[in-house]
Design a protein around this ligand. Structure first.
Ligand SMILES: *[C@@H]1O[C@H](CO)[C@@H](O)[C@H](O)[C@H]1NC(C)=O
Ligand SMILES: *[C@@H]1O[C@H](CO)[C@@H](O)[C@H](O)[C@H]1NC(C)=O
Ligand SMILES: *[C@@H]1O[C@H](CO)[C@@H](O)[C@H](O)[C@H]1NC(C)=O
Ligand SMILES: *[C@@H]1O[C@H](CO)[C@@H](O)[C@H](O)[C@H]1NC(C)=O
Ligand SMILES: *[C@@H]1O[C@H](CO)[C@@H](O)[C@H](O)[C@H]1NC(C)=O
Ligand SMILES: *[C@@H]1O[C@H](CO)[C@@H](O)[C@H](O)[C@H]1NC(C)=O
Ligand SMILES: *[C@@H]1O[C@H](CO)[C@@H](O)[C@H](O)[C@H]1NC(C)=O
Ligand SMILES: *[C@@H]1O[C@H](CO)[C@@H](O)[C@H](O)[C@H]1NC(C)=O
Ligand SMILES: *[C@@H]1O[C@H](CO)[C@@H](O)[C@H](O)[C@H]1NC(C)=O
Length: 576
């Protein structure tokens, strides 16, 4: 029926469109476009799938949520667009080349169904589009912020708000990044939405009431805005609160944490769990109360074993709120009963006595003249060589103590050896007198009662050797006298002239050679080699005789080694 109208008259047009709209009831699953508040919205006709040159008539109209309708514009082929006389839209709408409806400065009232109706040939099509408008909220701010919060008591920590959104923004509170959910006892959230009368935009606020716990000290509270127009949430700046609570627990920290030794500096540090923390503390040091201000530490300088004991710290106004620690100071003392310079007699028994007083097991080591010993010095019979500086080192838990004494073994001077020998060139006699004793013995030589001076060796381990070199022309008796403060010793030795000795040597050599000869001859009798042996022996005899004559001072060659051997032999004989 209506189709017939259309082909007849243009006048009928508006009526026909009105009647037509009753055929098309808005259906769900409508094509929807979302516009941004304040910006232009372009509503396409049939999702842009129309060819304008084929369209005979195009018309845009709208349907409000309450079902009321209105016309916006009409365009016939080859004609200019005709705008309807609509106060809301007259100045804000236009038709694009592809017949889209362009609405500038979108408002919330533009949320409705816009329908594009086109006449193509003999057909009429309607393409409704649902338009919605949204607006992003502002960055949230926290206002009415509390400065302090009390433990366990619901306190308004702040109000988070965001303005002019559509639809309403959703506010979430976070504590240290974890969302808070309302439970009406510890967390209470009160949301409010305020609509702007003029624009219809919505401002949202959320009041957080919170019962703090101790752990919330320094906790960061933020609020976040979630909105469908945003790809990510908007965050407020973090806020913190001073949470005040009284001290319930106090602790005392002692450094060093491990072993405390005598001489250490020990620091006591007191800590109370209240907030704000106390500005000062009372330290109970050996029955004495010391209060520190603007500090939480007290240092015990250079502790001793007497510093061991219980230490306490407490709140300044409340001694019952206290913490205590027991401090044990380790110590190590050694004392040598034998100390300083110790004088003992040679042959005495001696043992170093030491007292160790320590808070634990100490390690003891001994050294003599800086050389390590296997144990404590202990001697059944002291020798001069036992003299020296003995040091004892005790160690325990990082403590080191040392003590030392000097042992001097003394004894009366005595002669241990009185010997004579020829000098290397055979021309002189060397007498040597070896003296033992401590303090160092003095040695005096006397030849027939006449003092002579001598060369002296170093005094080592209670021994000193004196040598004199003489050239006796007659037989002599030589005395060696050794003396120290503890005693004296004298020995004498007979020294014959060099000439006599040489003669005597010669005779002895000759005799021993003859005996050898007799022996060899006896053994070799009847043997073919006898003659050779005799010859060899005779040669030997000759050789030895020659050496003997060399001793008399004749200049003949002989090796140094041979002469030395001979000398030793001769000296031994002389001492017999
Ligand atoms: C269309 O509008 C233009 C200017 O706005 C005008 O010059 C022209 O005459 C109009 N055409 C018709 C057919 O009214
Ligand atoms: C806000 O967020 C909460 C939790 O995500 C959700 O339950 C609630 O429906 C949201 N409210 C709005 C208005 O989006
Ligand atoms: C007090 O502190 C100590 C050490 O930190 C802890 O072991 C103890 O549980 C605390 N007591 C209370 C009541 O908080
Ligand atoms: C203890 O403290 C004093 C003063 O600060 C310092 O001179 C001394 O070296 C310290 N003693 C130890 C063992 O650290
Ligand atoms: C002192 O501390 C105790 C807890 O240790 C508390 O019971 C008492 O009330 C406190 N006294 C004062 C005066 O604060
Ligand atoms: C030393 O004494 C001895 C005898 O005791 C004597 O024969 C000799 O002539 C004396 N020599 C000197 C140098 O006095
Ligand atoms: C040492 O010499 C003196 C004087 O020459 C002599 O009287 C004495 O007997 C000698 N011997 C000893 C062991 O003193
Ligand atoms: C020899 O020396 C000793 C010790 O030095 C001294 O007592 C003595 O009088 C001296 N004798 C002579 C003769 O000089
Ligand atoms: C010297 O002593 C030697 C032996 O010891 C002896 O044979 C000799 O006759 C003595 N000479 C003198 C001059 O007394």
């Amino acid at each position: 029926m209506c189709l017939a109208y259309l082909s007849l008259q243009r006048i009928c047009f508006s009526f026909f469109l009105t009647c037509l709209s009753h055929f098309f009831v808005p259906v769900s699953g409508l094509h929807t476009i979302v516009g941004q508040y304040g910006e232009a919205i372009e509503v396409p006709c049939n999702k842009g799938n129309v060819r304008p040159e084929e369209v005979f008539i195009a018309k845009w109209k709208y349907t409000n949520a309450d079902g009321s309708t209105g016309d916006l514009l009409v365009k016939s082929q080859g004609m200019n667009t005709t705008l309807s006389d609509n106060a809301d839209y007259h100045s804000r709408i236009s038709l694009t080349r592809d017949l889209s409806l362009r609405i500038s400065q979108a408002k919330l009232v533009d949320q409705k169904i816009f329908t594009c109706m086109v006449v193509i040939g003999a057909d009429i099509f309607e393409h409704p589009v649902q338009v919605t408008v949204q607006k992003a909220p502002s960055v949230p701010t926290i206002t009415n912020q509390a400065i302090e919060a009390e433990i366990g008591k619901l306190t308004t920590l702040g109000e988070c708000s965001t303005q002019n959104a559509y639809p309403a923004a959703n506010i979430t509170w976070y504590k240290n990044g974890v969302p808070l959910t309302a439970d009406q006892t510890a967390v209470k959230l009160t949301a409010a939405v305020h609509e702007d009368r003029a624009t219809g935009l919505l401002s949202t606020s959320s009041k957080l009431e919170y019962a703090a716990v101790k752990g919330d000290l320094n906790a960061k509270f933020t609020c976040a805005i979630h909105h469908k127009s945003l790809t990510s949430d908007l965050l407020s700046g973090p806020v913190t609160f001073i949470i005040n609570y009284p001290t319930e627990n106090i602790s005392l920290l002692v450094t060093p944490a491990g072993t405390i030794k005598e001489g250490d500096n020990v620091t006591l540090k007191c800590k109370a769990d209240g907030n704000p923390p106390p500005t000062g503390y009372s330290f109970h040091i050996k029955g004495k109360k010391v209060t520190v201000e603007k500090s939480d530490t007290y240092t015990l300088m250079d502790v001793t074993r007497a510093s061991s004991g219980e230490y306490k710290c407490s709140l300044v106004g409340n001694d019952t709120m206290a913490a205590s620690r027991n401090i044990v100071v380790t110590y190590l003392d050694i004392a040598l009963v034998t100390r300083g310079k110790v004088q003992k007699y040679v042959g005495d028994r001696f043992e170093a006595a030491m007292l160790v007083s320590a808070s634990g097991e100490a390690q003891i080591s001994w050294s003599k003249n800086n050389a390590k010993l296997n144990g404590a010095p202990r001697f059944d019979k002291l020798k001069y060589s036992d003299s020296g500086v003995y040091e004892c080192v005790a160690t325990m838990a990082g403590l080191v103590k040392k003590a030392s004494f000097e042992l001097a073994v003394q004894g009366p001077a005595e002669i241990s050896r009185l010997t004579k020998r020829r000098s290397d060139d055979g021309m002189l006699k060397v007498l040597s007198c070896e003296a033992l004793g401590s303090p160092k013995p003095t040695v005096q030589w006397s030849i027939n009662g006449t003092n002579v001076s001598a060369t002296e060796s170093a005094f080592v381990e209670g021994k000193v050797i004196h040598r004199i070199t003489i050239s006796p022309t007659v037989n002599l008796t030589v005395n060696c006298t050794v003396t120290n403060s503890l005693g004296q010793d004298t020995q004498s030795i007979a020294v014959s002239t060099l000439f006599d000795e040489v003669t005597m040597d010669k005779q002895e050599q000759a005799e021993s050679s003859r005996e050898q000869t007799r022996l060899v001859v006896g053994v070799m009798v009847g043997l073919l080699l006898a003659a050779v042996a005799v010859g060899l022996t005779y040669w030997l005899y000759l050789k030895k005789t020659r050496e003997g004559s060399w001793k008399t001072g004749e200049k003949e060659d002989g090796t140094l080694e041979e002469s030395k051997k001979l000398e030793v032999k001769q000296n031994q004989k002389a001492e017999v």
